[in-house]
Design a protein around this ligand. Structure first.
Ligand code: SF4
Ligand code: SF4
Length: 339
């Protein structure tokens, strides 16, 4: 985003404050300087030379990139673009958390954000390619079991970053280089399937044929007889599935297909207004401070009031929420229904 575009965003913002109550960072810190509209004002301050980069980018660096503010904004302010502009400005001055910095260095070397070598299984006669992104293959163990139950043939690509971290940090040049190098390793003629909604979003934006796991399973289950799963669960809808990929319907459709399930949504924090768990698709756990933990606490309180068990459809939400509350992955429910 250019300086002119930042000015345009600032002039577009009416400072109405509709974005404030939905922002998880504001809700946990309860400070006006931590609001989305403050981010827009801080960017303007940097543009005018009234603030230094460290001051101006402080709130943008706390964001969990959940996009709730943009959904709520009646004026169409592109707050995420402003956040990325501020983060990029900070990167240029060498300001940024160590955990994010080391991850970006790994990506520059063609490794995963955890410093691992990507592994791309080459198999011609498979129906789909299972893309684990930066998750370990072990985190996809239940998905693999379900694929076997469904008779889906697949190969696996693991530790290959989709590029989301570079997008969220506003590092557009690095993102372009990364996508050219990394994503060219993927077979263009095969459909990709991933449990991570952030990966699904990035791969789709890169022009690849990709299905988020709920959609793929929903298509497959139509051909199978399912057993009732007598569970009452509260649904944690992942921000990246709902507000980036716009695929909330796919998750709802899959859950509705499973007989016996009692589904609860944590009103009003569901659907387009689903509240972030604090992980920001895993990437925002690398920021400094307690923000992600405090946001998780808030989310767990919303979920606990609705049902004992949580179900989600994102490996990062699963891992992060599981530290505080019992969580089921969507594929575990499917496995029960197919057993
Ligand atoms: S909702 Fe939009 S217009 Fe209103 S204060 Fe927030 S960013 Fe500005
Ligand atoms: S993306 Fe989420 S955390 Fe960041 S400013 Fe907007 S509402 Fe707040």
């Amino acid at each position: 985003m250019s300086d002119d575009e930042i000015l345009h965003q600032y002039l577009t913002c009416t400072m109405c404050g509709f974005c404030r109550p939905v922002c998880p960072v504001y809700r946990v810190f309860e400070n006006e300087t931590c609001t989305p509209r403050a981010i827009v004002g801080l960017a303007y301050g940097l543009l005018r030379g009234e603030l230094d980069v460290a001051q101006a980018s402080a709130t943008a660096r706390l964001s969990v990139s959940c996009r709730a503010c943009e959904v709520k904004c009646p004026s169409g302010v592109e707050i995420l673009k402003v956040i990325r502009w501020l983060r990029r400005s900070a990167w240029r001055q060498g300001i940024g958390p160590e955990k994010k910095r080391s991850a970006v260095e790994y990506l520059k070397k063609g490794l995963s954000i955890n410093g691992k070598q990507p592994r791309v299984e080459q198999q011609e006669d498979v129906e789909v390619v299972l893309f684990t992104g930066c998750c370990e293959r072990t985190e996809y163990a239940v998905v693999e079991e379900v694929f076997k139950q469904l008779g889906v043939s697949y190969s696996v690509v693991e530790q290959l970053c989709c590029g989301l971290p570079l997008l969220l940090e506003g590092l557009e040049d690095l993102l372009r280089e990364h996508q050219q190098r990394a994503l060219s390793k993927l077979p263009r003629e095969k459909r990709l399937v991933t449990a991570c909604p952030g990966c699904a979003y990035m791969l789709k934006e890169a022009g690849l044929e990709v299905a988020w796991l709920p959609r793929f399973l929903s298509e497959k289950l139509k051909l199978h007889q399912l057993k009732p799963v007598d569970q009452r669960v509260v649904v944690h809808e992942p921000c990246f599935g709902l507000r980036y990929l716009n695929a909330g319907e796919d998750l709802d459709a899959l859950l509705r297909q499973i007989p016996g399930l009692t589904l609860v949504k944590p009103e009003p924090w569901c659907g387009a207004m689903s509240f972030c768990c604090g992980a920001g698709c895993g990437w925002e756990l690398r920021q400094e401070g307690d923000g992600p933990k405090l946001i998780r606490r808030e989310r767990v309180n919303q979920l606990r009031g609705a049902a004992e068990k949580v179900v989600t459809a994102c490996p990062h939400c699963y891992r992060w929420l599981s530290e505080e509350v019992p969580v089921l992955r969507i594929e575990e429910l499917v496995r029960m229904a197919l057993a």
